[in-house]
Design a protein around this ligand. Structure first.
Ligand code: ATP
Ligand code: MG
Length: 358
């Protein structure tokens, strides 16, 4: 079995505090299950680097990272020093686009021991994935302004949907649905209001569905879908959406399933020609940085997703993934817990408790 090379970028704020715990757990899992993981740390793609060099990353960042199997990423952003659009577009968004990580994958799962903001839900009731298109759609930089600062001022921004871009995200989502017990897919759309691109998306869903007769599917306008996330989350299995709608749904979903401190995500290049990136949903959280109280579970769970992706088909990786998830669940129920979950433990204590169970 070959070695997997992992680039480690802690980034800013609590990224620097949760990353050591993520690595602690991955090292424990590697030792127990005999995985060959090789970690290489990079001290750029953070706002300290920006203050010294006037940019978030060195010019040859692509060549430095392209040979890795994965990037394990903490969080980026320190708005007091660097505006968010500069720090984000100068690092994370470059990774997503240049490494063609066209799938943004977020599990939405109510874990045992986590208080749910929705009344009456228990673990098992909420267990689905949001699959967001990550490279095109509404987040194109195509557009402009005319007649600026006049009464006739006109601002235009285009959305871009290519057949290749739409089909590949739908194919990923249908494959994921097929692999799950419920085999159900929901497409988020808004074809009553956005009358050109969204009907096209619907057409491509229908065409793709023909290749997956074993997957049941439906589609919702995104507004009512958001309401359904809150009112009846148990009906969902795999939810696929364009870049903008997926962005919103993939924040709403984890919020329905409890604290932001535990929600993980993956930015995938499914063809594996370039590295995929695994990161917590939360950001750098400057308000709690420096106190060692950040919840490390999102970072640890993102590491489990990374093992699942890297080791496809290798039983030891599956076991390592399952063991980490089991350790997370045990600690969420028994403690120690960080203050966001009502406990008094530190980031380090919670990370060590998860690692100890491995
Ligand atoms: P983004 O980087 O996406 O802009 P943000 O900086 O606006 O995000 P986050 O960093 O995600 O916001 O955090 C929002 C709030 O949630 C934080 O201010 C913090 O109080 C809390 N929070 C976030 N992550 C964690 C965590 N791991 N543990 C405990 N609390 C957290
Ligand atoms: Mg922020």
């Amino acid at each position: 079995m070959s070695t997997h090379r992992i680039a480690v970028i802690a980034g800013d704020g609590i990224g620097k505090e949760v990353m050591p715990e993520g690595l602690r757990v991955l090292r424990a899992a590697a030792a127990r299950f005999g995985l060959q993981l090789e970690f290489t740390t990079f001290a750029w793609a953070n706002c300290d680097y920006y203050r010294e060099h006037g940019q978030m990353m060195p010019a040859d960042w692509f060549d430095q990272l392209k040979g890795f199997d994965a990037i394990y990423f903490g969080a980026v952003g320190w708005p007091d020093a660097v505006p968010d659009h500069i720090s984000l577009w100068g690092s994370l968004i470059k990774f997503r686009r240049e490494f063609d990580q066209y799938v943004n994958l977020r599990p939405v799962r109510l874990m045992p021991g986590v208080p749910c903001p929705l009344a009456g839900k228990k673990p098992g009731d909420i267990d689905f994935y949001v699959v967001r298109e990550n490279t095109e759609g509404e987040y194109s930089a195509v557009g402009g302004r005319l007649f600026e600062h006049t009464e006739r001022e006109l601002v235009l921004q285009e959305a871009v949907f290519t057949r290749k871009g739409v089909d590949r995200i739908l194919q990923f989502a249908f494959e994921l649905a097929r692999s799950r017990p419920k085999k159900h897919l929901t497409s988020a759309t808004k074809s009553n209001g956005i009358a050109i691109s969204m009907p096209y998306w619907d057409e491509r869903v229908k065409a793709m569905a023909a290749h997956y007769p074993d997957v049941r599917w439906d589609q919702y306008h995104v507004d009512i879908l958001a309401a359904r996330f809150v009112l009846s989350p148990e009906r969902f299995d795999v939810v696929v959406a364009s870049n903008l709608f997926g962005d919103i749904l993939s924040d709403l979903g984890p919020a329905c399933a409890g604290t932001i401190g535990i929600a993980p995500s993956a930015n995938l290049n499914p063809e594996r020609t370039l590295p995929s990136l695994f990161e917590p949903v939360h950001g750098s959280a400057p308000d709690i940085y420096g106190q060692n109280i950040a919840n490390p579970v999102a970072m640890v769970w993102s590491g489990a997703m990374m093992l699942d992706f890297l080791g496809k088909g290798d039983a030891r990786y599956v076991q390592a993934h399952d063991a980490i998830m089991h350790a997370i669940e045990t600690v969420l129920v028994q403690g120690p817990r960080t203050p966001d979950m009502g406990g008094t433990a530190s980031t380090t204590e919670m990370g060590m408790a998860i690692a100890a169970l491995l």
